[in-house]
Design a protein around this ligand. Structure first.
Ligand SMILES: NC(=O)c1ccc[n+]([C@@H]2O[C@H](COP(=O)([O-])OP(=O)(O)OC[C@H]3O[C@@H](n4cnc5c(N)ncnc54)[C@H](O)[C@@H]3O)[C@@H](O)[C@H]2O)c1
Length: 263
């Protein structure tokens, strides 16, 4: 029970990886705020996760973030762990994206994490402890397509380093994970176009499979736990192995679709 009585806020926890992270924290004793822009989805996660509670939260809404953070603090005490997980990812080719769509993607995927972090840091500083884990992606490290999403994910890696460097002196750690292909509802659109897309991608992974949300949750909980108490500022790949990393990074262009969320 690594998180007994700790207060955890997860964004985008109504689906996929966020939902499994919520269940994992709750299973280790945490009080988990399951937040999502989709209130029904958050409620569904909370209903299947004893020890959690659902709150609607749009990570682009700074006032709502302040209100939700204050509500959690009033009800459960200061937030010990923040998991920045919410995301959107457009299929529209870069040159066809409207200004609005482009800014929306950066707003959710990068600025959203910044807003949440900004909201929780003061109470973490006051308490002298706190942990933040950001969901980046292999797309933030190498080219796999999806220009705007990838830039946001690369930005998260830099943001992670900055917060780690600036707030380490207050007992606050900030790390990121960079998953490759993880079977979640985010893949649904492409599975509808190509039902065997995930099976096809297994060939690029040394460990012979794509990832599951549990693989990411395990890494996130490790980084959030006291077992990682001297680890900060890193981005941990959760990607099925180095050969896959090189293969898809070096050989992707024009030959096959790479195994990221966005291929
Ligand atoms: N699935 C993959 O292959 C993969 C690979 C690398 C990284 N990731 C990262 O893991 C994280 C989770 O991905 P997933 O596959 O579980 O995605 P998902 O689409 O299943 O879940 C994303 C959640 O974010 C929520 N959301 C969207 N906009 C929001 C907003 N404005 N405010 C609050 N919530 C909002 C959605 O409602 C949804 O519940 C993301 O950060 C993603 O970039 C996923």
């Amino acid at each position: 029970m690594r998180f007994q009585d700790r207060v955890v806020l997860i964004t985008g926890a109504g689906s996929g990886i966020g939902r499994v992270i919520a269940q994992a924290f709750a299973g280790e004793g945490a009080a988990v705020a399951v937040t999502d822009i989709d209130e029904a989805a958050a409620t569904e996660t909370a209903a299947m996760t004893p020890g959690s509670f659902a709150l609607r939260l749009d990570v682009t809404d700074a006032q709502a973030i302040r209100d939700v953070s204050a509500e959690i603090q009033d009800r459960h005490g200061p937030i010990d762990v923040l998991i920045n997980n919410a995301m959107i990812c457009s299929d529209t080719p870069f040159t066809e994206m409207s200004d609005e769509a482009l800014l929306r993607e950066l707003n959710v995927d990068l600025a959203g994490a910044m807003r949440l972090t900004r909201a929780v840091l003061p109470s973490m500083v006051a308490k002298g402890s706190g942990v933040i884990v950001n969901l980046s992606s292999v797309n933030g490290v190498q080219y796999f397509g999806q220009t705007v999403y990838s830039a946001a994910k690369a930005g998260l890696i830099s943001f992670t380093r900055s917060i780690a460097a600036e707030y380490g002196r207050y007992g606050i750690r900030c790390n990121a994970v960079a998953p490759a292909s993880i079977a979640t509802p985010a893949w649904q659109r492409r599975i509808e176009r190509n039902p065997s897309v995930l099976e096809r991608l297994t060939q690029f992974y040394p460990l012979g499979r794509v990832g599951q949300s549990e693989d990411v949750a395990d890494a996130v909980l490790f980084l959030a736990s006291d077992q990682a108490s001297w680890i900060t500022g890193i981005t941990l790949p959760v990607d099925g192995g180095p050969a896959g990393r090189q293969c898809v990074g070096g050989g992707a262009r024009g030959r096959f679709q790479p195994p990221s969320l966005n291929s």
